[in-house]
Design a protein around this ligand. Structure first.
Ligand code: NA7
Length: 531
């Protein structure tokens, strides 16, 4: 690690939760390091997704760093599910507390990363050139926004807003006709908030999603104290549970539980709110008949909440197993459709044809709008990485190497791309676990590998192809034991036209994933070529 050509030991790309923690750890271990961030502030996802209603679907006390016990003890979350401004403040507080800001260049997007003569040359949109021995990407797995290929974007004369790039300044919606395309987690959160202001709200839905109420509320001081007292248990859960935090199920299979008892268990979780309801029974994630029990329970709840039978029918998810798309968590989503100025356009029955100068044209007619909100998702998992312009050994472009889908070893490294590590990369647990828990694991694992490289004076660390192949086979095998591959979702890349269909996340749970990574490290980084 002492090549005189290298300006930095390590360049970090991104200053969200992963990038900040990585940068902090590298500084603590006295590496020369610097981070580059497109935004003008820290926070990543929580910097950009500042639309009204943006909120985490993991409980605040679980969606926080655990590696800093003092921060854990002193930070007080105000609500059960924190809203975007509070999570952003938390990221800013961490960066400030750890003195990270001088070590981040903001407003700078990495546009090229080439491995040449034993180090990485980064280029940026501001013309900066950086040379670093190692690069760690912390670009997020849901950060490359997706704009659907609807004809007529250039024609629409109104305002276009994206949930994933919401303006920092207030947006005036009072008295305006607003349309929303997309009913995933973001759409379902933003719709009730927009309805409070807009004169008219039209929701364009392609696929009805399963959604559970959040039952968000302020945390009591007693609950905050209990969270502090639970610290050791949380650290234990981070290592030993599937999601990285405790989820209390019944431990029973739905198909072996009496229907009356099933209803009691599901009612209790529905009343409590949040995503834990999907883990009520042990078999709903792999058995279609069991899955239907849970799905039917959700469908009945839609009918209870939406007054108009035709709207209720359109909002009722059908045709795919519950949980195979991200379960949404809402705050009054269904009730919003009982308001007189809100209407649903079911795009399955009435597809979008084009945008016109004044709105959205579907087969059924024109919907006149002043504002169009896109909540249309992301080129998930791979998009933020392929947009970096990465070329590895022998000038091979990542976009070429991943043409048939992402390939990685542990989701953290790639054959052909030495000295490059991808936090929350495709092939890790990503959004199938608590992402904060996954981030902390990856950062500490990569840090240890970099320390190992320094101690052993290694100049190159690269994943080996056969181990990468084995990892791909393991990912496919784990996915085949679940219901995920049955549904067109971003987990499979199916939301992006022309994208290879590969189930990208590790579906075996964060606990199992950690054990594998620990074993790799313990066996002198098995599966890596070092020089
Ligand atoms: P999602 O969950 O990917 O949702 C995107 C939504 O946009 C979804 O309803 C899509 O329908 C819809 N969409 C995408 N393209 C189109 C077109 N062309 N026409 C109509 N509708 C379209 O993204 P979110 O931002 O809501 O959530 C992302 C993650 O953030 C979430 O999983 C949490 O982890 C937090 P589709 O279902 O594809 O038919």
């Amino acid at each position: 690690m002492c090549n005189l050509d290298a300006v930095l030991d390590i360049a970090v790309i991104g200053a969200g939760f992963a990038g900040l923690h990585m940068l902090d750890q590298l500084r603590r271990y006295e590496f020369s390091c610097h981070a580059y961030e497109s935004a003008i502030g820290v926070g990543g996802t929580w910097f950009w997704n500042r639309y009204p209603g943006a909120r985490c679907d993991v409980e605040s006390v679980d969606y926080a760093y655990l590696h800093d016990p003092e921060l854990h003890e002193t930070w007080q979350w105000s609500e059960r599910f924190a809203a975007q401004p509070e999570i952003l403040r938390y990221a800013e507080h961490f960066a400030d507390r750890r003195g990270l800001l001088p070590h981040i260049t903001f407003g700078t997007t990495v546009t090229g990363a080439a491995f040449e003569d034993g180090a990485w040359n980064l280029t940026t949109d501001t013309g900066e050139r950086v040379r670093a021995r190692f690069v760690v990407t912390a670009v997020g797995c849901m950060s490359a926004a997706h704009t659907p290929p609807i004809p007529g974007w250039e024609r629409f004369g109104g305002t276009v807003l994206r949930t994933s790039r919401w303006p920092a300044e207030p947006v005036e919606l009072a008295g305006r006709r607003v349309g929303v395309i997309g009913t995933g987690s973001s759409g379902i959160q933003v719709v009730p908030e927009l309805a409070k202001e807009a004169a008219e709200l039209v929701v364009f839905q392609r696929t009805a999603n399963f959604s559970v109420p959040a039952r968000n509320r302020p945390l009591t001081q007693q609950e905050r104290n209990a969270a502090v007292a639970r610290y050791e248990q949380q650290v234990h859960d981070a290592r030993t549970t599937r999601f990285g935090h405790a989820v209390i199920g019944t431990g029973k299979a739905a198909l072996e539980t009496d229907p009356a008892e099933r209803a009691v268990e599901l009612d209790a979780r529905w009343a409590r709110g949040g995503t834990h309801i999907v883990a009520t029974f042990t078999d709903t994630g792999r058995d279609l008949r069991a899955n239907a029990v849970l799905a039917d329970y959700f469908r009945d709840r839609v009918r209870e909440q939406v007054h108009d039978p035709a709207t209720a029918r359109a909002l009722t998810p059908t045709g795919y197993p519950i949980g195979t798309k991200r379960l949404c968590v809402d705050d009054g989503y269904y009730e919003t459709f009982n308001l007189p100025h809100v209407r649903l356009v079911d795009l399955r029955a009435d597809p979008i044809q084009e945008l016109t100068r004044t709105g959205v044209r579907t087969i059924g007619g024109d919907h006149e709008l002043d504002v169009l909100v896109l909540a249309t998702g992301f080129d998930a998992f791979t998009g933020a990485l392929t947009r970096l312009g990465i070329t590895g050994r022998d000038g091979r472009a990542l976009t070429e190497v991943w043409r048939d889908g992402p390939r990685s070893y542990l989701g953290l490294a790639m054959a052909g791309f030495p000295n490059l590590f991808t936090l929350t990369g495709p092939g890790s647990t990503m959004v199938l676990s608590n992402v904060l828990r996954a981030i902390e694991h990856h950062v500490e694992w990569v840090r240890d590998l970099l320390v190992h490289a320094r101690e052993h004076e290694l100049t190159e660390v690269e994943a080996l192809e056969p181990f990468q192949d084995e990892w791909a086979a393991r990912l496919a095998e784990l996915a085949s034991g679940t219901l995920y591959p049955r549904t067109d979702s971003y987990y499979l890349g199916a939301n992006i036209e022309g994208k290879a269909r590969v189930f990208a996340p590790f579906a075996g749970g964060l606990d199992a994933y950690r054990r594998i990574c620990d074993a790799v490290a313990a066996e002198d980084y098995r599966g890596f070529r070092t020089a």
